[in-house]
Design a protein. Structure first.
Length: 127
């Protein structure tokens, strides 16, 4: 009886795990994002759109390019990006252009993965 109960329990766990809806990281970062602020670890340094009297938009397209626009949606830059995994993307091929990202409540947080000074940039999903 214990063996049957265990097998039923194991079957239930495997069924639930297989049926769980998976959201791929490629679709989560895609889209337009409006820059809100950039800060250094420890909060000693902080820029906001108000402090620099401007804002920026980034657009991660499904074509594998990251586009950068100013507050008037004028094109500034285009770079090839690659999603390394669900928390890291690279711009171009240089290892120094590898960034960590996370998305929570329609807020994209990007930070550098290399270098001496750690910084974070926050973007809100553009509507």
């Amino acid at each position: 009886m214990k063996k049957i109960s265990f097998l039923l329990f194991l079957g239930l766990i495997l069924t639930l795990a297989c049926c769980e809806k998976h959201k791929t990281y490629e679709t989560t970062i895609l889209g337009k994002w409006k820059w809100a602020r950039t800060e250094m670890l420890g909060g000693n340094f902080r820029y906001t759109s108000d402090s620099v009297d401007s804002t920026y938009f980034i657009d991660f397209n499904s074509d594998g390019y990251r586009y950068l626009y100013n507050n008037s949606y004028q094109f500034i830059d285009k770079q090839k990006y690659e999603l390394v995994n669900e928390s890291i993307f690279k711009l171009g091929t240089d290892i120094m252009n590898e960034f960590r990202y996370s998305i929570e409540d329609d807020t994209l947080k990007i930070s550098n993965t290399t270098g001496f000074i750690i910084w974070y940039s926050f973007y809100a999903r553009a509507k």
